[in-house]
Ligand binder design. Structure first.
Ligand SMILES: NC(=O)c1ccc[n+]([C@@H]2O[C@H](COP(=O)([O-])OP(=O)(O)OC[C@H]3O[C@@H](n4cnc5c(N)ncnc54)[C@H](O)[C@@H]3O)[C@@H](O)[C@H]2O)c1
Length: 319
């Protein structure tokens, strides 16, 4: 297939591109390079030289840019990964999520409608559920009330996708990711702890009370799930929660693992207090993943294993 990956220069998108190229697809990556890295790091030279990869540096929330992309390429499927990934920054400035998380979806769907592209895979999030700590979340949970602009923009994107599926006979697979970590990570709690400890190996500031407890999925497990559902793609619309083997892990335990892998001793944890890291953060949730497990995919790593391996990956990349 000829596949468009939006946000393909980002953390998850770059791993997905590696995998799609490995599976023999032709890939077009469209990204405004928020992190400023044109090299799409990591991409294996074999793939770059295969002639099956093309990069468009562009703002995706502009219809004329996206139309040009669809006009110049006969796209079979879109993996819409572009979004704002700095949820705290989006909390201070709602227009970031409106533009990068929601408007990009609207513009992509309009481009797909105009150029008759039928298949979309969408990177959604646990943030669409809002706060429901008292239940295991299934894809059928209703009355969703996101508590961040980011979650609101993703839920609105999901709703818009459903309407295009119905109005334009499109097909959609919506993945609701938990926290995703692994090599090439550029943000999030594991990344922050490593950076803070490199600056000050004696004291680690921890946002909240450290009891926030969530699943942390290893990025290569996630990419396996997406690759599997690409191969077994069925018409219509499906939503999948994706998560880890076993339970989530707490922020304090993440700090302990980071300290351990970095070989540090006697680090003092300084909590900022409160039950969450920032306004809009969801301190705990747990997914029911029976639907994705029924496809035959299963995660290789627990949250703790994913955290430990990610610290090794990130430190390795810094050397
Ligand atoms: N990382 C996680 O833990 C996590 C969890 C749940 C959902 N997700 C979703 O997965 C997707 C990928 O996340 P990630 O962690 O790789 O993020 P990332 O920030 O590393 O990658 C996102 C990419 O999108 C690009 N982008 C953003 N807005 C754009 C715009 N308006 N025009 C063009 N390019 C734009 C950025 O330049 C960046 O390269 C996102 O949709 C995110 O919401 C991520």
């Amino acid at each position: 297939m000829k596949i468009l990956v939006t946000g393909g220069a980002g953390f998850i998108g770059s791993h997905l591109i590696d995998r799609l190229l490995e599976d023999g697809h032709e890939v077009i990556c469209a990204d405004k390079l928020v992190f400023g890295d044109k090299s799409i790091p990591h991409l294996d030279r074999r793939f770059l030289e295969s002639g099956r990869f093309k990069l468009y540096e562009m703002e995706l929330a502009e219809q004329k840019n996206t139309d040009k992309l669809f006009f110049e390429n006969k796209i079979d499927a879109v993996y819409h990964m572009a979004a704002n990934s700095d949820i705290r920054k989006g909390g201070e400035e709602p227009s970031i999520d409106f533009n990068d998380t929601f408007l990009t979806t609207r513009v992509i769907l309009e481009g797909m409608r105009k150029f008759d592209v039928k298949n979309i895979f969408f990177a959604s999030t646990s943030a669409v559920y809002g706060e429901m700590p008292y239940m295991e979340l299934t894809e059928l949970a209703g009355g969703l009330k996101p508590v961040s602009y980011y979650g609101g923009a993703k839920l609105a994107s999901e709703a818009l996708i459903s309407s295009y599926v119905s109005m334009c006979n499109m097909n959609a697979v919506i993945f609701r990711f938990p926290n995703v970590i692994g090599p090439r990570l550029t943000h999030g709690v594991v990344f922050d702890f490593i950076n803070k400890l490199q600056k000050n190996p004696r004291v680690l500031e921890i946002l909240g009370d450290g009891k926030q407890c969530k699943p942390y999925l290893y990025v290569l497990d996630l990419v396996e799930a997406i690759a599997k559902l690409t191969k077994e793609f069925k018409p219509g619309e499906e939503i999948y929660n994706i998560s880890v083997k076993g339970e989530g892990t707490t922020v304090t335990h993440i700090a302990e693992i980071v300290v351990d892998v970095m070989g540090l001793k006697s680090v003092k944890f300084k909590y900022t207090g409160g039950d969450r890291g920032w306004k809009g953060d969801v301190p705990q949730f747990q997914y029911d993943i029976s639907k994705i497990l029924s496809t035959g995919w299963k995660p290789e790593n627990t949250s703790d294993e994913a955290v430990r391996q990610t610290v090794i990956d990130v430190l390795g990349a810094m050397r």
